[in-house]
Design a protein around this ligand. Structure first.
Ligand code: KIV
Ligand code: ZN
Length: 519
């Protein structure tokens, strides 16, 4: 009889960060790890230490400062990856090495290993990892497209070599709920020693079934779900943490399992991940979308007023969503701002509150009424600027109107040095972006430039999203301001700063897994 505790393994900082463009800075990763730990995530996959110095440093820093969660690092099936992973993790209170190799026919062909050679490699690398660390997880990548007999054989080898968690990845989001269940059932039935380990489910959302597949695996006996906040992740993303956790809470009759997650922290971390990653949450996304609790039609509104259970299966407060939209303005004080931000899920220290209050006052001078969405945009803006950014905006003045040419006078601080330039362009935004190119020459392709009004009215803040590409590397930026040109410039600079971090990571990328290290 399996117990009813389902472990939540969050991989926002590893698989989530692999979303094209979702690069996070060192401090941003620490901030997310802190929130995951606070929320009760059992295991945080903090990164892939051999991928870059930045990944290594982030895994190390997270290992050094996390309170309760197990900290996990990813390593391919070779000794140098595992050594590097262990070096980053060894100071964690509860470290875990997660090593993997692609076991399906397509993946076996890449390192050109036959079945026996691969089995041997698994035995050697899991044994090696286990000699370094007591807590080892092993994954047969592309498990759902691996021959069943071979899958049983390699899982048995990994268990015998000391792995205590066996993760079954649906790497390309190919499986469906019934198959997901049957796979776990089969492994539990056929593999000797299977009862003594934890089976994990790791689903991708290519066919929109990641949440259903993960829950189906749990029904069959898996006791760890690998997931990300907002379902961030490669291609269509991973299983969304908020979806599986809330499904188990709301439908505990069908899913009689427990997690340690404090669900009232979900909304805050969702907003944080959206703003840091530059991947906005779609309005109709389950649980955390802007419309998830909105009731537009008259019949629904009427029913909601009489009894909220008519159209709501969970309460907004269950995920930490405040139910009021109290308007703030320029006379609101610091205490009111702190309390409002706390309702919205932002707990600020005194120094941070001081900075945010100054920005709030500036906004309130320009805009009569400040709504929840304005404050959320303000907080997103605050978190997207990093003092360690190589490029920072000092000032911008634009001339625009019917009598061209549109001109931008821009002052930037680049690597600590103040630089000024003037540029013309096809409109003020183009002129501002051209001025950036003069001050920091670069050659990127602007893939997306999008403007949305945060609230209604002509004094509304504009939220601008920018996506750029350089040699296949994608980077995104977002910024809000009542001045659309300023918001555009800041979003562009955020994306550019992130691209510079991404350049550093150019060496190794899990998407193009190279097996060049032999064991
Ligand atoms: O999707 C996948 O197969 C992975 C593995 C590295 C576990 O992310
Ligand atoms: Zn994955």
């Amino acid at each position: 009889m399996k117990n009813d505790k389902v472990l939540i393994f969050d991989t926002t900082l590893r698989d989530g960060e692999q979303s094209p463009g979702a690069t996070m800075s060192h401090n941003e990763k620490l901030e997310i790890a802190y929130l995951l730990d606070e929320m009760g995530v059992d295991i945080i996959e903090a990164g892939f230490p051999i991928a870059s110095q930045g990944d290594f440093d982030a895994v190390k820093a997270i290992s050094d400062c996390t309170k309760s969660s197990v900290i996990c690092g990813l390593a391919r099936a070779n000794f140098s990856d595992i050594d590097r992973c262990w070096e980053a993790l060894r100071t964690a209170k509860n470290p875990r090495i997660h090593t993997f190799i692609g076991t399906s026919p397509l993946h076996r062909a890449i390192p050109n290993l036959n079945m026996d050679e691969m089995a041997d490699r698994i035995n050697q690398t899991v044994t090696y990892a286990r000699n370094l660390c007591d807590n080892v997880q092993w994954s047969p990548m592309d498990a759902t497209r691996t021959e069943r007999d071979y899958l049983c054989r390699v899982v048995e080898i990994a268990i015998k070599a000391g792995a205590e968690t066996i993760n079954i990845p649906d790497t390309v989001g190919y499986t469906a709920p019934r198959e997901s269940s049957e796979l776990i059932e089969m492994l539990l039935e056929r593999v000797p020693g299977a009862d003594d380990v934890v089976f994990a489910t790791h689903c991708h959302n290519d066919l929109g079934m990641a949440t259903a597949n993960a829950l189906a695996a749990v029904l069959a006996g898996a006791r760890q779900i690998e997931c990300t906040i907002n379902g961030l992740g490669e291609r269509a993303g991973n299983t969304a943490l908020e979806e599986v956790v809330m499904a188990m809470k709301v439908r505990s009759d069908i899913f009689p399992y427990k997690t340690l997650i404090d669900t009232t922290k979900i909304m805050n971390i969702s907003r944080k991940v959206a703003s840091i990653s530059g991947f906005p949450v779609q309005f109709n996304k389950a649980i955390v979308g802007k419309n998830a609790f909105a009731h537009e039609s008259g019949i629904h509104q009427d029913g909601m007023l009489k009894n909220s259970e008519t159209f709501e299966i969970m309460r907004p407060s269950d995920i930490g969503l405040s139910e009021t939209n109290l308007v703030m303005g320029k006379h609101s004080g610091r205490a009111a701002l702190r309390s409002k931000l706390s309702d919205l899920g932002y707990e600020l220290g005194d120094n941070q509150l001081r900075d945010v209050f100054v920005r709030f006052k500036t906004l309130a001078d320009r805009k009569k009424e400040i709504f929840d969405d304005d404050l959320i945009a303000l907080m997103r803006e605050t978190s997207s600027v990093d003092v360690s950014d190589r490029i920072q905006v000092k000032s911008l003045r634009v001339v625009c109107g019917t009598e061209g040419p549109q001109t931008a006078d821009l002052v930037l601080i680049v690597d600590g040095e103040m630089k000024a330039a003037s540029s013309v362009g096809d409109g003020p935004v183009d002129a501002a972006f051209n001025a950036v190119k003069v001050l920091f020459p670069h050659n990127v392709k602007l893939q997306l430039y999008q403007v949305h009004a945060v609230t209604e009215g002509t004094d509304a803040q504009a939220i601008v999203s920018v996506r750029m590409e350089e040699n296949g590397k994608i980077s995104v930026g977002e910024s809000a301001d009542t001045d659309t040109v300023v918001a555009s410039l800041k979003a562009y600079i955020t994306a550019l700063n992130r691209l510079l971090i991404r350049r550093e990571k150019a060496g190794l990328d899990i998407a193009g897994i190279s097996y060049k290290h032999s064991v």
